[in-house]
Write a protein that binds this ligand. Structure first.
Ligand code: ARG
Length: 468
């Protein structure tokens, strides 16, 4: 019986159950491109260093190209009995080019090979996600710019607090997503180091050149320490954390979209493209899409906690436990990419019901703080005294069934002598919104300032990508 390709000591055919547990090909086949790319760079380096002959190198190189072509055309299907993507590709390569294929694994182990393939995958998909985040920010900015004069009740504790504008609210999300973008970029910067050449755990006696392969594969440099590198999955944890946080932000926005599209709020209407019906209630239009985005956040958290748990007890260096690193990452990446695309489309196509937003500002005494601030500024009262006077004004307005912004100068004065004519002016909701003109505040002027700053930031990022 021929030896198993990666088992010099085991002659017996593995049990079916072992294969089911052990084989990662069913999911790590997603790494075929990275695996072939890594092998090409490795083979080139082996040739440059005189470790394999030029002839063997050319055989390996063209053989790998053929394997790639066969995978992509479906001729070589990746659902065979091979243990993982690395073994599958090496087996097929050796069938095609013979002995040269057997030399490819010189000075390499699957431990550095999988660390390389997975890292390349994570860095690349992280970059794709970061681009989708930029696209989403762009859409949020557009909606913000259109609506930076539309009044909206700003909330704390989900209770009316102070008047803001809808554009400002959108810009709060744009700021969150900017942090997400930066997290993906920071992670890429930190993890942009090549594991290739670490071999099993301690390097290799062959005269390899790790800098050459690092450069060929687009890394900044090789990693520092091989023992760490073959068991390091921080890069995977980082993308999982970045996605979990991104999804948490997506979920918060989704929650607001769901609330706003209820008949109680009526602040937005989701396009019919993004709403579904009920099988029994003919009148229903349900916000399934933001609900799903909110729900999918759960699996993004799960994937993060799952890999953290896998890693927590591992001694150095490689342990097979880390094979459990991939499915969660694949799932989180797919979830994040789809969610970002859907959210962008939904934001762009929702109808903003500015009248409903502005109407909602007429209850909840949103401008009460403005009256207190006015009494401090114009009447020289201590803030706490002003605060209590305004409390009495609010009680009085409630008795009359009015909002504080609807009280007449006489009504105001009847509560407290110290309230003069000018007070009425500050109670107007729009004036109140525009009065919050401090840096980062909600006034239309400040909102536009934020929009312009973020637009500039966005343009710089996009121009940077084009240059790269
Ligand atoms: N399929 C394995 C994984 O994903 C590849 C590395 C196997 N290495 C080993 N020494 N058994 O982790």
């Amino acid at each position: 019986m021929s030896k198993k390709i990666a088992s010099a000591r085991i002659d017996t055919e593995s049990s079916q159950l072992l294969k089911e547990l052990n084989n990662s090909l069913p999911f790590d086949k997603a790494l075929y491109k990275e695996d072939i790319e890594g092998s090409k760079a490795h083979a080139y380096m082996l040739k440059e260093q005189g470790i394999i002959s030029t002839d063997d190198y050319y055989r390996i190189h063209s053989g790998l190209e053929r394997v790639l072509e066969e995978i992509e055309s479906g001729k070589f299907s990746l659902d065979g009995d091979d243990e993982d993507i690395h073994m599958a590709i090496e087996r097929r390569l050796t069938e095609i080019v013979g002995d040269a294929g057997k030399r490819l694994h010189t000075a390499r182990s699957r431990n550095d090979q999988v660390a390389l393939d997975f890292r390349l995958f994570v860095l690349r998909r992280g970059e794709e996600i970061s681009n989708l985040v930029l696209d989403l920010i762009e859409s949020l900015i557009k909606v913000a710019e259109k609506n930076c004069s539309v009044l909206l009740p700003g909330m704390t504790h989900l209770q009316h607090a102070q008047p803001i504008n809808f554009g400002y609210h959108m810009m709060a999300y744009a700021s969150m997503f900017r942090r997400d973008y930066e997290r993906f970029i920071d992670s890429k910067e930190r993890n942009n180091l090549s594991p290739l050449g670490c071999a099993a755990l301690a390097g290799t006696p062959h005269p390899i050149d790790r800098r050459l392969t690092a450069q060929m594969l687009g890394f900044k440099a090789p990693t520092l320490n091989c023992l760490d590198t073959v068991s390091d999955r921080d890069f995977a944890l980082e993308i999982l954390f970045n996605i979990a946080t991104l999804m948490m932000h997506i979920s918060r926005l989704s929650e607001e979209l769901i609330l706003w599209s209820t008949s109680e709020f009526g602040f937005i209407r989701l396009s019919d493209k993004h709403a579904t019906g009920s099988s029994i209630m003919p009148q229903k239009k349900n916000p399934d899409i933001p609900e799903l985005l909110r729900g999918k956040t759960g699996r993004a958290y799960g994937n993060l906690v799952s890999l953290l748990t896998v890693m927590k007890g591992l001694p150095l260096a490689y342990n097979k436990d880390t094979q459990e690193d991939k499915e969660g990452v694949f799932d989180s990446v797919k979830t994040a990419e789809l969610s970002l695309r859907v959210l962008k489309e939904m934001i762009e196509e929702m109808e903003v019901r500015d009248e409903a937003m502005e109407r909602a500002c007429n209850s909840g005494h949103l401008s009460a703080t403005d009256l207190a601030d006015y009494l401090v500024k114009n009447g020289g009262l201590p803030f706490r005294d002003a605060y209590h006077i305004v409390g009495n004004v609010v009680n009085y307005a409630e008795e009359l069934g009015k909002d504080i912004s609807q009280l007449t100068p006489q009504e105001l004065k009847s509560v407290d002598e110290r309230i003069d004519e000018g007070a009425c002016m500050v109670l107007d909701n729009r004036k109140s919104m525009d009065a919050r003109d401090s840096e980062g505040g909600t006034s239309t002027k400040r909102t536009l300032e934020q929009i312009n700053m973020l637009k500039r930031w966005l343009q710089e990022r996009k121009a940077g990508k084009e240059r790269a």
